[in-house]
Design a protein. Sequence first.
Lengths: 347, 242
Amino acid sequence: MTIFTKRYYVFLPGLGLFLALSVLLSIMIGPVFVSPVSIIRLWLEWISFGLIPSGVSDMQRTIVFDIRMPRVVLAALVGGGLAVSGAAMQGLFRNPMAEPYVLGMSAGAAAGASFAIVLGAGAIFGIFAVPALAFIGAVVTIFFVYSISRTDGRVPTETLLLSGIAAGFFLQAIVSFLKLIASMETLREVVLWLMGSFSGATWGSAGLASGPVVLGTLILIWLSYELNALQFGDETAMHLGMEVETVKRIILIAVALITAVSVSVSGIIGFVGLVIPHIARLSAGADHRIQLPVAAFSGGIFLVIADTLARTINRPMEIPIGIITASVGAPYFIYLLRRRKKAISWW
Amino acid sequence: MGIIGQNGAGKTTLLKILTGVKRPLTGTVILDGNCLDTLSRKKIAAIMAVVPQNTFIPPLFTVEDVVGIGRYSRRNNRFTESFVDRIAIDNAMKRTGCIRFRDKIISELSGGERQEVLIARALAQEPKVLLLDEPTANLDIMHQIKIMSLVKKIIQKSGFTAIMVIHDLNLAARFCNRLLLLHDGCMLAEGCTAEVLTEHNIDTAYNVKCSIQFNSVVNAVQVTVVGCTDSNLNNCLNFDKG
């Protein structure tokens, strides 16, 4: 069955358009309203290296390019990346509750970031301390979880899951301890970081994140046929001709890349990796070759809108985006469960 | 060829070793002249296809999806189906008869129909050898005969070899040309059906006394279990002892 059906050709570009519109809308909205025309003119000026003048004020240019665009772009990237990772994890573990953080990466990043914040590494190592330690925490955790799950050259998915849960608990304990010994200010900083935010986005962080996230996403989409075959079980996949352990490893590395980078630049944003894949599967089918691209676009749209809400609902204060995604994600997920119970458990 | 033996004699283990899922403690498996561990999974799949026993199949997939995944090792393009793939899938479904319910989802099928789909999936791989793990387990007598006849017909028509782990000695006797009798992890007997199925062999392998008669209706020997080695059925049931 080919995936390039009419549906594919209509649905995906449609989603892409929707994403572009959400991005535009998000850049427009803020304490200073920037008209869409101005934004497009600014883009044209940027693309044409200044040959097509935008005629837009410097203030607006700064707002669009230095303040809003980095965070919107980052939100789209992280949203898409986490959604695709979630879909891959659900396919890999054949479990509808799986999501990118299920192997303890969020807890590892939390531990790393808390460490950095509470022990004042920022003063010594500068502003990169927190993201760097968060990244290291996430990567070390998944590496550790993978290594202890290895038996006889194989890494059974059930063992991975359990090891991840155990590691998560342990790391949460470390985070709690760090919160305990923290001063009031650093405590608040830790808590805010944990809830996730795009407010600190710069072209530096967006640029740095884009490479790994896009690469990871492309790898996962490439492996979506493998994910289809894995639904039949590891042994059957082997019989069908797949090098199962190699494929698993690549999928996990891609997910780790996307997740660790995302978490280090924007904190722990939940529900995107869990709910968006289900929505994608319900609207586009369980064939991963379609589900993953749909999830990527949907995740991007979701997080761009969530970020817009995060900075406008309670102006001038920003609500951490993790709260928005959870508040919207959880009820919608319950609603989905009640309506389409069968489709949530597709296996 | 049928692989027969008691529970725990090592039939499934042997199958796992043959397909490369498990490594043998000693010795090597040679497939088409090459050592199994030197071959990539894709190459193995191009020669050997496995029909597993009562395995889990994602219930929401359609028959066509399941048969289609059998092309994994043969596909050139992972996102679209080539003409060759399409033909192979359709042929596989036609030969097993499951083409008549190609759009049904797996959860709606009976046990016998599921087996047909699994065999079709193996056929879509275009292998030279078919390995089946107790394909008739949990099937009613009609479907048992149907599946066994199907496999026999397939190998006769295509020149495949089929190696089947089977529990039912009489089905094995009827449909297999050669048998491999395992006992305690070792090979007890190997050869033509009539050679292997002797009262002595079955006594050693299964600890039962039996009577073997030729049944001209099905043109094969048939095994009838008479009793345990004690030749007294009551002594087989150890409930009253200790």
